[in-house]
Design a protein around this ligand. Structure first.
Ligand code: SF4
Length: 343
């Protein structure tokens, strides 16, 4: 069964001789299944297939947007890529190093280079710690300093880099606004000079005006520090603003990936089309008809046979309910998993 999924989900490249060597992250058939236990002896009755054969490559210094509705597995994918969750199957290569083959110590050392920024800045900050302790803590944990006091010059520098003055160092999280707290979270993520950051819905808990400021900060930091982001969001407007390339996820699988501008200009997969049709368009000449998706996404515990999207697709073909489409290269760096685009 797993081999079948493996074959189905590997992207098929038109030009097999093309090999991108400048990737910081490559996942290969990455899966994360959660067992569902039932009965007196808690036997495994089934699995929630949160991530089901993910193949993505993220190039150095780019922002890769991972998009999908809530529950599609995008946050689990982010955590599994960082090995905060152990993959059920598949590989994650970070700068060509297989993370699952690293010892606990080496993986821990590597965590300095790969960081995560979460959605809710308040929940991810310890309310009893001062901002200086929060931002300086990673330096202490990774033994870059022996006492938090020694981290202060770096803490001030990080706060300033993230648009906060040194006066914030002595404050507590509850004394800060949502936007300021997210700046603190970003400052802490930068403490160990990371190369790769997974941003999991980093602006969805903020007001729209503050969202724009935080997105601008993340963009500036990427350029200044040469960072690479995996940017996870359900918000297509946010993804369009910040992403170089985008992967659209549905029930644990990528159904379309492309350069951001190409994807927004002409979505190929019916699911991407439906998502994009819901994004408000300021240009009156380019008003498009809203495609309403029927019903909720099916359960990842029992996804539909064939194309997982066939129960909601407005362009469904007879073949779609029996044969799962492969994620194929359709030219110009675009990949799509849909029978409509496979000759
Ligand atoms: Fe729709 Fe069929 Fe394409 Fe799936 S494979 S998106 S059901 S047309």
């Amino acid at each position: 069964m797993l081999d079948v999924f493996t074959r189905i989900q590997r992207p098929v490249c038109k030009n097999k001789r093309v090999k991108i060597v400048n990737n910081i992250i490559e996942t290969s058939n990455l899966k994360k299944y959660f067992p569902v236990r039932k009965g007196l002896f808690s036997k495994v009755a089934s699995y929630v297939k949160a991530v089901d054969g993910l193949n993505i490559s993220i190039r150095k210094t780019e922002t890769y947007g991972l998009i999908g509705e809530s529950g599609c597995g995008k946050s689990t994918a982010g955590r599994t890529i960082l090995h905060l969750l152990k993959p059920t199957e598949g590989k994650v290569l970070y700068e060509n190093k297989d993370l699952s083959e690293l010892s606990h110590r080496k993986l821990n050392d590597l965590r300095a280079e790969i960081q995560m920024v979460f959605q809710d800045p308040f929940a991810s900050l310890n309310p009893r710690m001062k901002i200086s302790e929060i931002v300086g803590e990673p330096l202490l944990v990774h033994k870059r300093v022996r006492r938090i006091r020694q981290s202060m010059p770096k803490v001030y520098e990080l706060l300033e880099t993230c648009g906060l003055t040194s006066h914030y160092a002595d404050r507590y999280p509850h004394e800060l606004s949502g936007g300021q707290r997210q700046r603190v979270v970003i400052a802490r993520a930068l403490a160990l000079d990371p190369k790769f950051i997974v941003c999991d819905e980093p602006v969805s808990a903020l007001d729209v005006s503050i969202q724009a400021q935080i997105l601008k900060l993340l963009k500036n930091l990427r350029e200044k520090l040469g960072l690479t982001y995996l940017f996870i969001t359900h918000d297509l407007s946010v993804a369009k603003h910040i992403s170089d390339r985008i992967g659209i996820m549905y029930l644990g699988k990528i159904v379309e990936s492309a350069e951001s501008t190409a994807l927004f200009r002409k979505p190929l997969h019916p699911y991407t089309e439906a998502l994009l049709s819901a994004v408000p368009n300021a240009d009156p000449d380019r008003k498009k008809k809203r495609i309403i998706l029927a019903g909720d996404p099916p359960s990842p515990m029992n996804p539909p046979e064939g194309c997982h999207f066939h129960t909601r697709c407005s362009k469904v073909l007879p073949v779609c309910s029996t044969l799962a489409p492969v994620l194929r290269d359709v030219g110009n760096g675009r990949f799509v998993a849909c029978h409509l685009h496979h000759n």
